[in-house]
Ligand binder design. Structure first.
Ligand code: NAD
Ligand code: UDP
Length: 324
């Protein structure tokens, strides 16, 4: 295998830090760029002594000059509470960040992968969602800064591909969870586990009948690396990576209570505006083109994530925003 210089933006985050670990193990020269908005240095502290790892505090809305062979563009707040805190900045990160990273990729002739999202499908009317579905996004709602930012980034990637023959990859990531999620990110898995372990009420938004399909972190990162490293026709087109196992939010709450042995009660709170009612990936393309499929079922991945939450000290983490 050729050793490459690999840039990971958002490399100190939940998915980015695990990706950096995996790339370091593979012998690559890894540069992690992050502004630490929704993460902290402790996520990558254990990597700092590796000769093939470098950490750079930088905001990707500003230009950056590096020499690299591959770029994984993951920098962007991902939890609703984080991306809605400063929605204009979220849009800038997706759009200006993409422009800056695409410019670098063009100059270096590097392959570049964009971390897109199932949110490009909005509140989907087609179920499950294949990559060909164009989505149902409210362009003026509270989630639009993220959804439309990610959609614009996909547009930019495709235009760089068409105009400059840039070597691109676009991955549409579905809800992913696992160890090193920020305990105060406000996402459903971290909220439920934290609440269950503390014996607090479990906050279900709406009646809990909305669905999500939860992918374990390690499966997801394996998919990212395969997508980046696989050659072939049509590899520039968006690819769903996620676990097709679909659960209602109520089922997730009940499973969390069972696995933690908690006495927490379920409480019901108002559903946030534009909260998607259903979400499940079609992964036929990933299976066919990458030979990839998830291996960790929710019960097992959730148990591992609960172990992680039991092992951390919550006071070591600061909530990135006042509202999580
Ligand atoms: P995360 O918040 O843990 O990681 C994002 C990282 O990007 C953080 O370390 C943050 O500090 C950094 N960042 C944010 N804005 C930045 C900027 N302007 N410049 C430099 N760094 C910046 O979230 P994550 O779950 O690890 O998500 C990683 C990527 O995957 C994101 O692009 C997200 O949109 C995408 N994604 C994640 C999921 C999921 O379920 N985890 C689902 C769909 C898409
Ligand atoms: N949710 C919930 N209780 C919480 C946090 C989230 O019921 O404490 C719901 C939320 O309304 C959504 C689902 O869980 O329907 C997933 O939310 P999350 O913020 O994890 O991600 P999303 O998929 O909505 O971006």
């Amino acid at each position: 295998m050729t050793i490459k210089r690999v840039l990971v933006t958002g490399g100190a985050g939940f998915l980015g830090s695990h990706l950096c670990e995996r790339l370091i193990e593979r012998g690559h020269d890894v540069i992690c760029v992050d502004n630490f908005f929704t993460s902290q240095k402790t996520n990558v502290q254990h990597l700092l002594d590796h000769h093939n790892f470098e950490l750079l505090r930088h905001d990707i809305t500003h230009p950056l000059w590096l020499e690299v062979d591959e770029i994984y563009n993951l920098a962007c707040p991902a939890a609703p509470g984080h991306y809605q805190y400063n929605p204009i900045k979220t849009m800038k990160t997706s759009v200006m960040g993409a422009i800056n990273m695409l410019g670098m990729a063009k100059r270096c002739n590097a392959r570049i992968l964009q971390a897109s999202t199932s949110e490009v499908y909005g509140d989907p009317e087609v179920h499950p969602q294949p990559e060909s579905y164009r989505g149902n996004v409210n362009p003026i709602g509270p989630r639009a800064c993220y959804d439309e930012g990610k959609r614009a980034a996909e547009t930019l990637f495709m235009d760089y591909y068409r105009k400059h023959r840039l070597d691109i990859r676009i991955v549409r990531i579905f809800n992913t969870y696992g160890p090193r999620m920020h305990p105060f990110d406000g996402r459903v898995v971290s909220n439920f586990i934290r609440q269950a372990l503390a014996g607090e009420d479990i906050t279900i938004f709406g009646d809990g009948s909305q669905t999500r399909s939860f992918c374990y972190r390690d499966d997801l990162v394996e998919g990212l690396i395969r997508l980046m490293e696989t050659e072939g026709e049509g590899m520039h087109l968006p690819m769903n990576i996620g676990n097709p196992g679909e659960f209602t939010i109520r089922q997730l709450a009940e499973l969390t209570i069972e696995l933690t042995g908690s006495k927490s009660k379920l409480v019901f709170e108002p559903l946030p505006e534009d909260d998607p009612t259903q979400r499940q990936p079609t992964i036929a393309r990933a299976e066919r083109m990458l030979g990839w499929r998830p291996t960790v079922p929710l019960r097992e991945g959730l148990a591992r994530t609960i172990e992680y939450f039991r092992s951390i000290n919550l006071s070591d983490f600061r909530a990135p925003t006042p509202n999580y």
